[in-house]
Design a protein around this ligand. Structure first.
Ligand SMILES: *Cc1c(COP(=O)(O)O)cnc(C)c1O
Length: 429
């Protein structure tokens, strides 16, 4: 390895043996990294083409509307760009959508009516959606509005349960939810292609069913998105993949004209819909973030596989393993103890460009039934497209690791996590 680089790692507190171990792992991943680079290249071209086709101009970047936000060229054009990228009829991409949970809640509340039933076919949904749906009692849930919920779990091998889905669909079923990413579970992430197969199956049962895919953490990881295979809506957060680390807030819903229109009337008001919603000064970062996103996601995916390969080699259980295909940017590592989780998170935190001097500690976070530990030194608060790690402090003591705006930062963070585990005597190389 290059001496200049070596020296820098040593100055950053990495020992030679840790560095050698990690460099060997990196060398073994060359071929996989090449595959990821091809996907990034394809998605970069996809984004540029969409921007060109919609005549993105300087005027789009300087349209910083205030007040009602009528005729915001930048906002309206960006939504057309998203629709092109996701191959949907329309899209809603707004700073007024506060986060991923809000985007999903918006998609659900706007497309369901009292008496309808929501059916999840990918098992338990993401934690924060439990309160949206009313699985856990909460004020303002779908349940309060008379919208019922049922669920079909994935089969033990991680595949869709076709028989179960067929049996669960009834005359009240209106909307089918599919979560692509594993979230805080150790199941497998679903591929856009498998999601497409199940959508086809669902539409054969009843073509009027609306299929919504929670696409959080999945954007630009593959050549295709679930919306290309029949999903009526794909939903996500701009402080994850498609914001490219630059979007300071926001969420999106891309989908059919009808679904997006419903969402717009719910986000603002019946009668107003997409016509209002000032963008203030946020458009340049939305555009540039989207432009950067394929490369940023590429860095995050490389980081995930690098971490997977390192901890797999050390004998830890990793999900996914280092050879499996990738459909999102999340990497789970089962570290087996609270101490190991803390050391891992310290390594990530101390490698951050922001708040590197802060020591992460487990705490009782609202909404969780155990302490949670988090490491994040991000430019955007809570941004998980930036290098971050977190997990509930309970067996199997799994840390969920994601992000990295650049591959080099992801690499440093992961090497540093190993260094901390070695220093604490938990790992021996
Ligand atoms: C992050 C995430 C959400 C929620 O997004 P927030 O921005 O944290 O509210 C929902 N679903 C999945 C799969 C996620 O990863």
């Amino acid at each position: 390895m290059n001496n200049n680089i070596n020296e820098m790692y040593l100055k950053l507190g990495i020992n030679e043996n840790v560095l050698d171990f990690c460099n060997d792992i990196e060398d073994s991943l060359k071929e996989r990294f090449n595959e990821f680079d091809l996907i990034a290249e394809y998605n970069q071209l996809k984004v540029i083409k969409a921007m060109q086709q919609e005549n993105v101009s300087e005027a789009c970047l300087s349209s910083a509307s205030t007040g009602y936000g009528y005729n915001d060229l930048g906002r309206d054009t960006l939504e057309k760009v998203y629709a092109r990228i996701f191959k949907t009829e329309d899209a809603l991409v707004r700073p007024q959508i506060t986060c991923g949970t809000h985007a999903l809640a918006l998609a659900l509340f706007s497309n369901l009516r009292p008496g309808d039933e929501l059916l999840s076919v990918s098992g338990k949904p993401y934690d924060t959606l439990e309160e949206v749906i009313g699985i856990r009692e909460s004020v303002g849930s779908l349940k309060e509005y008379g919208i019922s919920y049922s669920q079909v779990d994935l089969k033990p091998d991680g595949r869709f349960d076709r028989e179960g889905i067929k049996n669960a669909i009834n005359s009240k079923t209106k909307l089918i939810a599919i979560q692509r990413s594993k979230g805080y579970q150790t199941r497998k992430t679903l591929s856009p292609y498998d999601i497409g197969d199940i959508i086809k199956f669902i539409k054969e049962i009843n073509e009027d069913l609306i299929v919504m895919v929670d696409n959080c953490y999945g954007e630009f990881v593959c050549y295709n998105e679930p919306s290309e295979f029949g999903a009526d809506m794909v939903v996500g957060s701009l402080i994850k993949n498609p914001g490219g680390g630059l979007a300071p807030l926001g969420g999106y819903i891309a989908g059919t004209k009808k679904c997006v229109e419903n969402a717009a009337y719910r986000l603002t008001s019946p009668g107003l819909g997409k016509e209002v919603g000032a963008s203030q000064g946020v458009m340049p970062r939305f555009y540039q973030g989207l432009f950067m996103s394929p490369v940023v996601v590429n860095s995050a995916v490389k980081g995930a596989v690098f971490a997977s390969a390192i901890y797999e080699k050390l004998g830890y259980k990793v999900v996914p393993d280092s050879k499996e295909p990738r459909y999102d940017i999340i990497q789970a590592v089962e570290l087996g103890s609270k101490e190991a989780m803390v050391e891992f998170c310290k390594g990530i935190q101390f490698a951050a460009p922001v708040d590197s001097f802060v020591t992460p500690e487990p705490w009782a976070m609202p909404g969780y039934d155990s302490d949670v530990i988090m490491a994040a030194g991000a430019f955007v608060q809570g941004s998980s497209i930036e290098l971050s790690a977190d997990g509930p402090v309970k067996p199997p003591y799994a840390v969920y690791f994601q992000g990295g705006l650049t591959w080099y930062h992801a690499k440093l963070g992961i090497i540093n996590s190993l260094q901390k585990l070695v220093d604490a005597g938990i790992v021996k190389l």
